[in-house]
Design a protein around this ligand. Structure first.
Ligand SMILES: C[S@@+](CC[C@H](N)C(=O)[O-])C[C@H]1O[C@@H](n2cnc3c(N)ncnc32)[C@H](O)[C@@H]1O
Length: 219
């Protein structure tokens, strides 16, 4: 039986309040978002309050080396890279050349080209030959949902002990607890179950945006 005693459902008013005070979006990123919309990109980037959460988390962990799967316009990559130290680096993988090119331009305008590498590739192929020079501190999964299990399997060994694998869309657009036939929803249900029961991970689900599932690689 679920306990609701301390859980407050997010209303539009509460969301507006959260975004007024706890957003990682500045004028530059608002412009990038607008340009991405005008370029016809789907509005599937993270919410600004998710960006604030990621920034706090990355700084708290002292993260230096981050991998993101799913770049789109570079919105979340720029947010995360801003929370890395001078010598930190973020690699982001995007299979769509038009999106990768857009993200590279935004990253240059943000003067983050030294800190962010955009790899234009299918992440499933790319990961097979990715051998990071040092273990990763943080992995952010935000791409094709049916591949989340594959990404978990390939990214977990690359993550340092105490590192975090974070997956977006943990609430599957509100459908995670339903008996959906949608393959994306089913993939997320399967992935969440695997994360929750993984012996090497300690997990929690943060219900910001469409839900972020965090798995810390245990000692
Ligand atoms: C939800 S969007 C990423 C949003 C971005 N993380 C943000 O919040 O700003 C997902 C992106 O992943 C890309 N993608 C999907 N499957 C992929 C794959 N197998 N390899 C690389 N990129 C992929 C899509 O083209 C899309 O641009």
């Amino acid at each position: 039986m679920a306990t609701q005693s301390r859980s407050t459902p997010t209303t539009p008013e509460l969301l507006a309040y959260i975004q007024r005070y706890f957003s990682a979006e500045d004028e530059f990123l608002a412009a990038v978002r607008q340009e991405a919309l005008e370029a016809g990109f789907p509005e599937i980037w993270i919410a600004p309050e998710q960006g604030a959460f990621l920034q706090v988390l990355l700084r708290a962990m002292g993260a230096r080396f981050v991998l993101e799967i799913g770049t789109l316009a570079g919105y979340s990559a720029i947010m995360m890279a801003r929370a890395l130290p001078e010598d930190g680096h973020l690699i982001t993988v995007e299979r769509d050349p038009e999106r990768a090119a857009f993200a590279r331009r935004a990253i240059e305008r943000a003067r983050l080209q030294q800190k962010i590498t955009v790899e234009c590739a299918d992440a499933r192929q790319w990961l097979r030959s990715f051998h990071p020079p040092v273990p990763l501190d943080f992995v952010f999964l935000d791409a094709d949902k049916p591949s989340y299990g594959f990404y978990l399997e390939h990214c977990l060994p690359l993550l340092r002990i105490g590192g975090i694998l974070c997956a977006d869309n943990a609430l599957a657009w509100g459908e995670i607890a339903s008996e959906s036939n949608d393959p994306d929803v089913q993939a997320l249900q399967d992935f969440n179950r695997r994360m929750a029961t993984h012996p090497q991970l300690q997990c929690c689900l943060v219900p910001l945006g469409d839900g972020m599932l965090l798995g810390l690689r245990r000692w």
